[in-house]
Design a protein around this ligand. Structure first.
Ligand SMILES: Cc1cc2nc3c(=O)[nH]c(=O)nc-3n(C[C@H](O)[C@H](O)[C@H](O)COP(=O)(O)OP(=O)(O)OC[C@H]3O[C@@H](n4cnc5c(N)ncnc54)[C@H](O)[C@@H]3O)c2cc1C
Length: 254
């Protein structure tokens, strides 16, 4: 989809031509930040990942044998698991930030940020120091002010329905979101159409360039605070105060 009209029926421009539809469902994740009505309700940020070479024996020696997925309570969360072919996939959320919702190549891969992710992996698993990192990549996540998804209809154009803003926790919740979107599109009056998050207002992020500059300041503060905490040091007063402005996650990050 290149663009769409706010008319009935909706006209949708695609590279091959023009489509018309009675209803349009917007479910394009962080890319929804490019749509005027949703632009100030989402900030696209990166989640960056690395993956090691297969290392079955070395990983088993650490006692990590049950296929557990691991995550921590940082705002810039670290999350990791062992793949079926015995590699470690290790990710970190929240370093890259899009200006004005524009998602560029930097949201596919950034080797500098990958080094930061690898540094966290190496810190937690010094016993795997000989295991090489073979891949790195990243993608956008759609952070909302309160980390809860946005679902509903455009205020003045009810034929346009949206379900975005999973804030990096969307694999399970977006399946439920799909049921909600289906009920809204079909005009049903059921438990999914009445889901408590439908049409829930969560406030707006500031306009650009305040959002971009502010997000960088807050992110740097969060990184300093969390680095200090990992090193068992007391974070500075300023880093703690500025960190409190970060969108709250689903977990208690205090
Ligand atoms: C590196 C990384 C790690 C993650 N790890 C986890 C995790 O461990 N657990 C978790 O729950 N979530 C995780 N997430 C988030 C999770 O992937 C998303 O929340 C989830 O995929 C959202 O599902 P969706 O269907 O809304 O969007 P997506 O699965 O992103 O699908 C949206 C689709 O819309 C398409 N699209 C965008 N713009 C247009 C357009 N203009 N026209 C047509 N199509 C368009 C995109 O190409 C894409 O295929 C991670 C995300 C990233 C990037």
């Amino acid at each position: 989809m290149l663009s769409f009209t706010r008319t009935r029926p909706v006209k949708i421009k695609v590279p091959e031509g023009l489509l018309t539809a009675d209803k349009l469902i917007i479910a394009n994740n962080a890319w929804a930040a490019g749509i005027t009505e949703l632009a100030r309700r989402i900030v696209p940020i990166t989640s960056d990942m690395i993956m090691t070479a297969p290392a079955k024996t070395a990983i088993e020696k650490t006692g990590w044998t049950g296929g557990e997925g691991i995550t921590d309570s940082q705002v810039m969360v670290d999350y990791y698991r062992v793949t079926e072919d015995s590699r470690i996939a290790f990710g970190k959320g929240g370093w890259g930030i899009a200006f004005g919702g524009s998602i560029g190549d930097d949201f596919d891969r950034n080797t500098d940020r990958a080094k930061t992710v690898e540094a966290d992996f190496r810190r937690y698993y010094p016993e795997l120091k000989d295991v090489a990192v073979t891949h790195d990549w990243c993608g956008p996540i759609d952070r909302t002010p309160n980390s809860l998804p946005l679902m509903g209809r455009f205020e003045r154009q009810e034929q346009i329905i949206y379900g975005v803003g999973w804030s990096g926790n969307g694999v399970g919740p977006s399946v439920i979101g799909g049921k909600v979107l289906a009920s809204l599109a079909l005009g049903r009056d059921d438990r999914w159409a009445r889901y408590p998050l439908v049409q829930k207002s969560v406030g707006l992020f500031p306009p650009e360039p305040i959002r971009y500059i502010g997000a960088h300041i807050v992110r740097t503060a969060v990184a300093c605070k969390e680095r200090a905490e990992i090193e068992d040091k007391k974070p500075s007063w300023l880093a703690t105060r500025l960190s409190s402005l970060a969108p709250k996650g689903l977990e208690d990050k205090e």
